[in-house]
Design a protein around this ligand. Structure first.
Ligand SMILES: Cc1ncc(COP(=O)(O)O)c(C=O)c1O
Length: 416
């Protein structure tokens, strides 16, 4: 195994680390939770200054005609460039939950002769709730089937078995929030297409870390968070992608910003024909503007290089965990095949929460915990170094050897 310092010295993406804010009082902090909330790009400060102190303070209402009106689409197009969508196929809107509801309901309504929506048990719990709501709203006795893929044995085989000619829609998270399992986009799309079903992807845990090519992988519908690997900030608006192959989809939450002429103030204004039809109300201008710097950095870095480093970082972490942590009761619970994994690695430990709290409070390492017994370590390639990986493993050993589990096992914070 090469040394971390050799790998960091040869890393073409290393300079990007300095384009993020690092608090000086925590210079040894290792942040491995970018799969939950990405670090802040330094350029965010300038954008905030421009939008809040420049545009809002001085241009006031004139701002709408000077870029705000189209901000969902212009930032959407940048995200589109990252996933090889055409201009006009991606928009920012609300949050992933609401976007998922809109697109799932729209898709189900176009499939009135088919009543089944298929997802899997490892999908994000809120997505499963939302998909249930979409079934209730679609109005054709739609029902949700949740395929139990929790064993991790042949999820694709289990999905194949669940699809039939009653399937209207398949909706999955490209990368599972817990184990990091990654579906093969092209394979699932082809399978669903053969059955006559649509597919709606949640790209929250893959966009910005894993290459996605919606054109060649024939992705029709997708949503995703912008506050994870896109580094858009807490509560940043989500994105919706609807391919131009699906003009028949109608936004079930129609409102003025999704209409062809919002400023006609005419309740009978027809829906817009492009992706704007999935908007509802006034866009979150300030938050939308803050999404741009993180996406631009990924475009500058090149998603191919980002992914190459993601694989190298996670493989190193897996190898070191096997060597140094297995004896302490840790077990890698993410797929070992990098083609089946996102950019985070889940480690099982019976006292995972206590280990996580000790890492955060005593060791300056931030992973996160998912109940009942998993720690997640997210490797955001633009700001994570190979030395971070090695140091993290050493600090985990330190926690266990120094009795950290006993010090933290009775704590139960509000956000795990
Ligand atoms: C895969 C996935 N989908 C959806 C969501 C929910 O996103 P939001 O709360 O922004 O609607 C999350 C949040 O972490 C997520 O991880």
């Amino acid at each position: 195994m090469k040394s971390a310092s050799e790998l960091d010295a040869a890393d073409a993406l290393a300079p990007f680390r300095n384009l993020f804010v690092h608090a000086t009082e925590e210079s040894d902090l290792i942040y491995l939770d970018g799969n939950s909330l990405g670090r802040q790009p330094s350029a965010v400060g300038e954008v905030l200054e421009r939008v809040v102190h420049g545009e809002w303070a001085t241009r006031l209402i004139r701002g709408w005609n000077e870029g705000w009106l189209d901000i969902s689409g212009s930032v959407g197009d940048l995200i589109g460039a990252l996933i090889n969508a055409q201009p006009g196929e991606v928009t920012l809107a609300e949050n992933t939950s609401v976007c998922l509801y809109k697109v799932a309901t729209a898709a189900l309504k176009t499939q009135s002769d088919r009543t089944k929506l298929v997802t899997d048990s490892e999908n994000f719990p809120s997505d499963i709730q939302i998909l249930k709501s979409a079934c209730s709203s679609a109005g054709h006795n739609h029902r949700l089937e949740v395929v139990d893929t929790s064993s991790g044995d042949d999820p694709m085989g289990q999905l194949v078995a669940a699809l039939d000619d009653s399937t209207a829609l398949v909706s999955l998270s490209h990368v599972s929030y817990k184990s990091g399992w990654r579906w093969n986009l092209g394979e699932v799309n082809e399978l669903a297409e053969t059955c006559g079903a649509l597919v709606l992807w949640d790209f929250s845990h893959s966009v910005g870390a894993i290459p996605i090519d919606v054109a060649t992988e024939r992705v029709g519908l997708a949503v995703g968070c912008t506050y994870k690997y896109l580094n858009g900030g807490p509560g940043a608006p989500a994105f919706i992608y609807v391919s131009t192959d699906h003009p028949q989809l109608v936004n079930p939450v129609a409102g003025w910003f999704g209409s062809a002429a919002p400023f006609s103030f005419d309740p009978a204004s027809p829906p817009a024909t492009g992706i704007e039809r999935f908007l509802t109300g006034t866009p979150h201008v300030v938050s939308a503007a803050l999404v741009e710097p993180g996406v631009q950095m990924l475009l500058d870095a090149g998603i191919g290089r980002v992914y190459e480093k993601s694989v190298a970082l996670s493989e190193r972490f897996i190898e070191l965990s096997d060597q140094q942590l297995a004896n302490f009761g840790f077990e890698v619970r993410s797929p070992r095949n990098s083609h089946q994994r996102g950019s985070h690695v889940a480690l099982f430990h019976p006292y995972a929460q206590a280990v996580g709290l000790a890492l955060i409070n005593e060791q300056s390492v931030i992973p996160d915990f998912r109940p009942p017994d998993l720690l997640r370590f997210g490797f955001a390639p633009l700001y994570t170094s190979f030395a971070d990986v090695d140091t993290t493993v050493h600090r985990i050993v330190d926690v266990v050897e120094s009795g950290g589990i006993d010090r933290w096992r009775d704590e139960n914070p509000l956000v795990p």
